[in-house]
Design a protein around this ligand. Structure first.
Ligand code: C5P
Length: 403
């Protein structure tokens, strides 16, 4: 981060107090930080705290009142290597999405050519409102990076999604953006994530508890390292933060396989994190199965294709295929036999016996197996950090092959 010019925009949300830590992290890492506050933000944290931490006067008006000095939003926009809006309230997000340039922060945002990171923070009903969802999606479509808020207790005491991501994680996201590893740059990566849905009739399906968080985090981590990522995503609300990840939405295992088959020839590394349903219903009804007519419907199943094994066995020299193994017992044995059977180059094992690992959690604990190497055991970490570890391991395998 040394010498990087970072503009940190603060808006009027309770999380504004945490942005003092964010400013400090950037300054400690050698960056030059310019803070811009909206007028409302000054109600939540004082400019004195931020100017002391950043070593620069905080800007929040177009003019300094007593001297009449004009602050050029254009110059500031051009000076920045990155602009981070944290916390970003629903109102500032709406202004940014629609070009309502009525304060210094939004004017600088509209003038900048720098990469923009937005860390929303608001109450969870506001976060879910269609207007917020639409505005955030608009920012994504402009190429801005959205640093998703976390789940937890909010200022209203309601519990849900809306807490600003912790300053350390915001810092890490921006740092990873600047520290793109050479080995991942331009690597074409295919990631599968989420569950699949297997139709019973037009209104019912069989699925599983996967949320897709792990795979989406891997897609983001690889994109942050410069990879070109295609994410084949089963039905889930989880979305990648990086605007460069190309999402292909699918529903069933067969659709997931078709999407993977068409992407695989142009793929360098395939990472199979999806929890693919093992079976599909043989003859899904084309009309809703009625309770009255059918005392107890008998479902017949057919085995779904094994996507990881299909790609593992189809790979040409130079392509890497990485699988996951979620185990409940005989972890090492099962993981290694899967790696062999599916012809994988690496398998990431997580065990449901470890607290904090598995479906739906924000954390995971993994062990990575590669053929002929001692497995690497990692401690419990957030799924984002686990994703960074997996991408780092993939990068080291790419390096080893290049030697
Ligand atoms: O055999 P098991 O389901 O435990 O294997 C898990 C690994 O295989 C994961 O990487 C998963 O994404 C992949 N898989 C797949 N297609 C299936 C079943 C599993 O790609 N039908």
């Amino acid at each position: 981060m040394k010498g990087k010019h970072i503009v940190i925009g603060i808006t009027g949300g309770i999380a504004a107090y945490k942005t003092a830590t964010l400013v400090r992290l950037f300054v400690k890492a050698g960056a030059e930080v310019q803070v811009i506050m909206t007028p409302n933000a000054r109600e939540f944290i004082t400019p004195v705290t931020l100017s002391t931490l950043s070593g620069r006067p905080v800007i929040s008006e177009f003019f300094t009142a007593n001297t009449g000095e004009w602050h050029s939003h254009v110059d500031l926009g051009l000076w920045a290597d990155a602009m981070i809006i944290a916390p970003a309230t629903a109102s500032t997000i709406a202004k940014m999405a629609n070009g309502v340039a009525d304060n210094m922060l939004v004017t600088s945002y509209l003038s900048t050519r720098a990469t923009v990171f937005v860390a929303p923070a608001m109450d969870f009903d506001m976060m879910k409102h269609p207007s917020t969802v639409r505005n955030i999606n608009m920012l994504r479509s402009y190429g801005n990076h959205i640093i998703e808020p976390a789940d937890g207790e909010l200022a209203s005491h309601l519990v849900g999604k809306g807490r600003m991501e912790e300053p350390e994680n915001i810092f890490r996201t921006v740092e990873a953006y600047f520290n793109e590893s050479k080995s991942m740059r331009g690597v074409k990566m295919l990631v599968t994530a989420g569950p699949t849905r297997e139709k019973i009739d037009p209104v019912r399906y069989i699925s599983n508890y996967s949320t897709g968080k792990m795979g989406v985090a891997i897609a983001d981590a690889a994109a942050a390292q410069g990879a070109e990522v295609a994410l084949v995503l089963g039905p889930t609300d989880v979305r990648p933060q990086s605007p460069s990840v190309k999402v292909v939405n699918v529903e069933s295992a067969v659709e997931m396989l078709e999407a993977c088959n068409s992407l695989f020839p142009d793929t360098d590394v395939a990472v199979m994190t999806a929890a693919v349903a093992d079976y599909a219903v043989k003859n899904p009804a084309d009309k809703k199965i009625k309770r009255e007519n059918n005392a107890s419907p008998q479902l017949e199943f057919v085995k779904n294709p094994d996507i990881a094994a299909t790609l593992g066995n189809a790979k040409r020299s130079g392509q890497l295929v990485v699988g996951f193994a979620l185990e409940t017992d005989h972890e090492a044995e099962n993981a290694m036999s899967k790696m062999k059977r599916k012809n994988l180059d690496m398998i990431v094992m997580n065990s449901l016996r470890d607290a904090g690992a598995g479906f739906g959690t924000d954390t995971n604990k993994i062990t990575i197996y590669t053929p002929g190497e001692t497995p690497t055991v990692y401690p419990l970490k957030s799924k984002r950090e686990v994703a960074a570890d997996i991408v780092a391991k993939i990068a080291s395998m790419i390096d080893a092959r290049a030697d």
